[in-house]
Design a protein around this ligand. Structure first.
Ligand code: MLT
Length: 266
């Protein structure tokens, strides 16, 4: 489905009924990374997956890209869908956007699932790496970005043994426009430190991380779990950064349990 928010077209899926779960994808992917979750969870819950601006079937304008802008897009879509409150799941960049969302729209957040993400801002070296990657996107296109990103997103075993999954991830990356890739990189480089926010998060939170995640390692997940007052941590074996794709069954199980607990009458 498609709609207009904040002057651009945003593509999304809205499947199932019950407690809404809103899924925000990683950089530089799109909403189809959640297809397995949508399939497994939409028989029990209302599952919304969104192509963030710059990705997939949503518009990729030249500007403006900030994590707060993406949070505003999500908020405007929820207004249109008449969803007052939801559980939000964000993986990596999706998690960064959830911190921006929580700063502005905490009242809408019933629970947070923060997967393979981190609260810290980029280091100076990290910001420089973003700039270099934007230059690569501009000069060589999304295929070069896929070559760089796939070893960061998937474990060596997945890359060696799961050709179909590697192709799926490559197709998502190659389907993006350079404006979206560069816009995201600038938005992530400029994001604020969210560590001070962690202690102020009052909703229940589920932290998930792949034990082999090198992009946002288990130490980052532990920091969030230690500082968010009502947080639980799950470390998924045999998964790197894209836990939901590499190990969908344990991932879905953790999400379903968390949402079911939150949906019980209090
Ligand atoms: C992602 O998966 O969204 C990215 O790896 C996040 C990042 O580059 O910091």
């Amino acid at each position: 489905m498609q709609t207009q928010v904040n002057g651009i077209t945003i593509a999304y899926n809205d499947r199932g009924a019950g407690r809404p779960i809103v899924f925000l994808h990683a950089f530089p992917l799109n909403r189809t990374m959640w297809a397995t979750q949508e399939h497994a969870l939409s028989s029990r819950f209302r599952v919304i997956t969104i192509d963030l601006r710059g990705h997939g079937e949503s518009d990729a304008p030249l500007w403006r890209y900030t994590l707060e802008q993406s949070a505003d897009d999500v908020n405007a879509l929820l207004d249109q869908l008449a969803i007052q409150q939801a559980i939000f799941a964000g993986l990596s960049m999706g998690g960064y956007i959830l911190f921006a969302f929580y700063r502005k729209y905490a009242v809408r957040v019933k629970g947070l699932i923060l997967a393979d993400t981190r609260a810290q801002a980029d280091t100076a070296e990290g910001k420089d790496g973003r700039f270099q990657m934007a230059q690569t996107a501009y000069k060589k296109g999304p295929t070069a970005i896929a070559d760089i990103m796939i070893p960061k997103l998937l474990s060596p075993t997945t890359i060696q043994t799961s050709t179909a999954l590697v192709q799926q991830v490559r197709a998502m990356i190659e389907g993006n426009q350079i404006s979206g890739i560069a816009g995201d990189l600038m938005a992530m480089a400029e994001r604020p430190d969210s560590v001070p926010l962690l202690k102020q998060i009052t909703c229940p939170s589920q932290i998930i991380v792949g034990e082999l995640d090198q992009a946002t390692p288990p130490s980052d997940a532990k920091l969030m779990a230690d500082q968010i007052p009502d947080a639980h941590l799950a470390i998924i074996p045999q998964a790197a950064h894209l836990t939901n794709l590499e190990q969908p069954e344990p991932f879905n199980h953790i999400v379903a349990n968390f949402v079911s607990e939150l949906s019980k009458p209090s």
